[in-house]
Write a protein that binds this ligand. Structure first.
Ligand SMILES: C[S@@+](CC[C@H](N)C(=O)[O-])C[C@H]1O[C@@H](n2cnc3c(N)ncnc32)[C@H](O)[C@@H]1O
Length: 292
């Protein structure tokens, strides 16, 4: 059964932000026509009263006290909101509705310090992906997620085309990159987000030199230690279980290299005669590099 994605924009937001929010939701609606229709249905919340009632009833439902006929966010449903005073579009999940919304904000001090301190040498992902590439090389981030590594690669000089197949995350990232693109902190071309989907949907003629692939790996227990926003992100997505297929698709498309991120305790993706040529150590993770 389709999950519901509710959406709401506060009338207090500026006219231009409200317009951007409606454009985003129009793009999400268009994406449903391209294969996500079975997964999601969109539902607008027309006013602050509906928005507040939905959150209040969902909170009561979590305590087993919701009025029978009140609309609530089911555990799998999500709410995308541009609330009063919010810097960006936020995401809530029914099952974790008590969490404050997850927003992608590349301008936050801690986030931008991490993104900008790196360059090619400091960040292992940039070393693995950018080795031997000239500035402006076309790199696909096949699994954009919250966009942090896409931004690191863009800062390291890549022209990044990012892919994301989960509709709520795609909406969040689309808004995050839009704001990053006009931020004074990022005076370089920020990643471009492809239409919702995977590298299989790419129909351009330019082939990427490198494809970076960072699927969601099943958690090894102890999720209480995962930070709240990562916990929410993981709960929206679940694990990605089609890694071999995508490594193969990436190897058919990249001209120089496919880089796969794995936790340090996990074996490399290896099947048939495909195995990594070498790896770059990333501390708690590893970047396995495959040559087409
Ligand atoms: C572990 S997260 C990536 C985190 C990302 N590297 C970052 O810096 O935020 C994996 C993300 O890739 C998406 N994803 C997984 N497999 C995908 C695929 N084959 N095509 C497009 N997106 C995919 C998931 O929905 C999820 O958002």
């Amino acid at each position: 059964m389709a999950r519901t994605l509710y959406y709401y924009c506060a009338p207090e937001q500026s006219e231009s932000r409200r317009r951007e929010f409606s454009q985003l939701m129009a793009a999400a609606q268009a994406a449903l026509a391209t294969g996500q229709a079975a997964l999601w249905q969109l539902q607008a919340l027309s006013g602050a009263a509906d928005y507040e009632a939905l959150l209040a009833a969902t909170a009561l439902a979590a305590k087993g006290k919701a009025p029978a006929d009140a609309p609530i966010l089911a555990p799998d449903d999500v709410l995308l909101e541009l609330g009063v005073g919010a810097v960006g579009v936020g995401l809530r999940l029914g099952a974790l509705s008590q969490f404050k919304p997850l927003v992608i904000d590349f301008e936050q001090v801690a986030v931008r310090q991490r993104l900008l301190r790196g360059g090619r040498q400091k960040e292992a992902v940039a070393r693995a992906v950018m080795q031997g590439l000239a500035d402006g090389a076309l790199v696909f981030d096949a699994t954009a997620g919250l966009g942090r590594e896409s931004m690191i690669l863009a800062h390291a000089g890549a022209q990044v085309l990012a892919f994301e197949r989960q509709l709520p995350i795609w909406c969040l990232l689309s808004d995050g990159l839009l704001r990053a693109g006009r931020s004074r902190f990022y005076p370089f071309p920020v990643p471009t987000l492809h239409a919702l989907g995977t590298i299989r949907d790419y129909s351009g003629s330019a082939r990427p030199e490198v494809i970076y692939y960072d699927p969601m790996f099943p958690e090894r227990g102890g999720s209480a230690q995962v930070k709240k926003d990562m916990h929410l992100f993981q709960a929206v997505i679940g694990a990605d279980r089609d890694t071999e297929d995508f490594v193969q698709a990436a190897l058919a498309l990249a001209t120089k290299r496919v880089v796969v991120k794995r936790p340090d305790y996990a074996p490399p993706v290896a099947f048939a005669d495909i195995k990594p040529a070498y790896s770059v150590d990333g501390g708690q993770c590893r970047f396995d590099c495959y040559q087409p």
